[in-house]
Design a binder for this molecule. Structure first.
Ligand code: NAD
Length: 551
């Protein structure tokens, strides 16, 4: 496949062009610390100082895009919108399909850089970050033309000779704000979806993972997407806030509930639509008839992959009393096998990505212990440089503990003993969050019935997390986990407005309901009573009379 040689993509910063795509050195006069505990210096928009989660060493500095830089990026995206929306969906997909080739060619180098940025194992960078994006592109390549096509819908007999359609048109310039835990996937999938639907995009990746922000900019440069169609503005919360306030037409936000509230509040001033993909406290229900060995392995992977820094992580394990002790013993055995280390150590679990996150884990574990939880495994930082926390299992966990009520976002598996399935479902649902859940039983029909009772956006039966990886399934939460859906058909439609169209093809010759009303009332009564009593023959007779009176 031939890729265009000329880069036409822009990475926007608030300062001079010379700073584009540059990891800077120095210039940190008068530096201060941003919300993520990272050092911010004295550029107009400030500086992000990136440190390794594995060793703590300084990896580089990244300029923060100023408010003016954001406004310019949005203006470029606005200018590019007119021609991008006129490009057919098939032609957009031909351009975006080049991402697959770039990811295939540079995938292992990108995996190393994403692992450097986040601390996650290389396997995770390939599997959960890089590989998922081409899968989504393939799915949309096959289905997008149909999803976005105009569709004919039913027209009632009241409107003879008319046909009705629904079509979709792009919202315009979409602001996408993403988090640090899956900085590639959670930026690229919404960006690509918005682009396929005909929008142009300004992406604000997380300040915690600016190296991945660079990779994304690089990919769009490499595929030669027309100028302005994708803009990347690196920066922290001030850059994100500037993006919400700029002239964008929709905000797609993935992050914490606290920031989601701010985003929604700011968007309400215009108002523009927002989609919020927020946190989770996902429940795993272990029924007494579950395959406990498989469930224990699944809990350990589902709770510790990406060091538990996942919105879809197992954060509460609700186990039926008769199998509680046996399950906990299996869990302890499985957790003990987890190898912890940096990306170069062939470990299963890496460090936590940034300092603030490990502090939350420490606070939750301490609070749980003070309220009676028992540490079955781990429960402390590991004595080595970087942000390493031991894989941890807590038992005797109760709802009044922070580890139960709040999102921990770390490598902790809190276990709760429940009387029966009804209590498990009640506890799973009586929570502020409702993102993902899982049910474990050898009786699949029973598992499906329990899944239907769970108040959340996705459920797996006898599995964990996997539903997120299926591009055909809608993803999103309820309650404090946010609203809106992406992935699947919804993943394109969420970046469009619907338009209803009705056409009169001139077949009916006359209009039964137009003026003059004259002597139409008795015929109108026939239609009214016929339709409302379900007597279609009577309604049709009324319609014929109305039509004659209208001729
Ligand atoms: P965060 O809310 O701190 O930051 C998210 C993004 O918002 C970052 O890019 C940040 O710079 C930006 N931001 C900060 N203040 C802003 C403001 N005032 N206006 C606009 N943007 C602003 O979240 P995080 O710590 O990066 O991510 C972790 C959270 O994300 C967890 O709660 C996790 O559950 C959630 N998450 C949800 C999903 C999902 O799909 N539901 C996926 C991954 C992570």
């Amino acid at each position: 496949m031939a890729l265009p040689a000329e880069p036409r993509f822009t990475l926007a910063f608030g300062r001079s062009r010379a700073m584009e795509q540059t990891r800077t050195n120095g210039h940190a006069n008068g530096s201060h610390v941003n919300g993520h505990g990272q050092s911010v210096g004295a550029y107009e928009g400030g500086i992000i100082e990136k440190r390794s989660p594995v060793t703590g060493e300084r990896l580089g500095e990244f300029p923060i895009t100023s408010r003016e830089g954001v406004i310019s990026a949005v203006a470029r995206a606005r200018a590019a919108f007119a021609s991008w929306r006129e490009t057919s969906v098939e032609a957009r997909l031909v351009i975006l399909d080049r991402i697959k080739e770039v990811v295939r060619t540079h995938g292992e180098e990108y995996a190393r850089r994403i692992s450097e940025d986040t601390g996650k194992p290389l396997v995770d960078s390939l599997l959960t970050e890089l590989m998922s994006v081409p899968l989504y592109i393939d799915y949309y390549r096959k289905h997008a033309p149909k999803i976005l096509a105009r569709k004919k819908v039913a027209t009632p007999i009241l409107f003879p000779g008319k046909t009705s359609y629904v079509e979709h048109f792009p919202v315009g310039v979409v602001g996408i704000i993403s988090p640090w835990n899956f900085p590639f996937q959670l930026s690229m999938v919404p960006v690509v979806s918005a682009l396929i639907a005909g929008n142009t995009v300004v992406l604000k990746p997380s300040e915690v993972t600016p190296i991945t922000g660079e990779i994304i900019a690089e990919i769009f440069r490499r595929i030669g997407i027309p100028s302005g169609v994708v803009e990347v503005v690196q920066g922290d919360g001030t850059t994100g806030a500037a993006l919400v306030e700029a002239e964008v037409d929709k905000i797609f936000f993935t992050g914490s509930v606290a920031t989601g509230r701010k985003v929604m509040q700011a968007a309400s001033k215009k108002p523009i639509p927002v989609e919020l993909e927020l946190g989770g406290k996902d429940a795993m229900i272990i029924c007494a008839d579950a395959n406990l060995e498989r469930a224990a392995k699944a809990a350990v992977w589902g709770g510790l992959v990406n060091c538990g820094q996942m919105c879809v992580s197992i954060e509460r394990i609700l186990v039926e009393a008769p199998v509680h002790d046996r399950f906990v013993e299996l869990l302890r055995r499985e957790v003990a096998k987890v190898k912890v280390g940096g990306p170069d150590e062939h470990a299963d679990m890496g460090p936590m990505t940034f300092p603030k996150q490990i502090e939350t884990v420490e606070r939750h574990v301490k609070d749980a212990i003070s309220k009676g939880a028992k540490v079955l495994f781990g429960g402390e930082r590991l004595p080595r440089p970087g942000q390493f926390y031991a894989p941890t299992v807590l038992t005797d966990v109760r709802p009044e503990m922070e580890i139960y009520s709040d999102e921990t976002f770390g490598p902790v598996l809190p276990v709760v003993k429940v009387r029966d399935v009804d209590e498990a479902v009640r506890m799973a649902n009586e929570h502020q969050y409702g993102l993902v859940g899982s049910v474990w039983t050898k009786n699949v029909e029973k598992g499906l019935a329990i899944a239907s009772r769970m108040e959340c956006g996705q459920v797996t039966v006898n599995d964990v997390i996997v539903s997120v990886g299926n591009p055909a399934l809608p993803f999103g939460g309820v309650k404090s986990s946010g609203f809106g859906r992406y992935h699947g058909p919804e993943g394109l439609l969420t970046f469009t407005h619907q338009k209803a169209i009705m056409v009169d093809r001139g077949w009916a010759k006359s209009e039964p309901f137009w003026f003059p009303y004259g002597r139409k009332y008795p015929a109108m009564r026939e239609v009214f009573h016929g339709l409302l009593s379900g007597n279609m023959a009577r309604a049709l007779v009324g319609m014929v009379k109305l039509k004659k009176l209208g001729d």
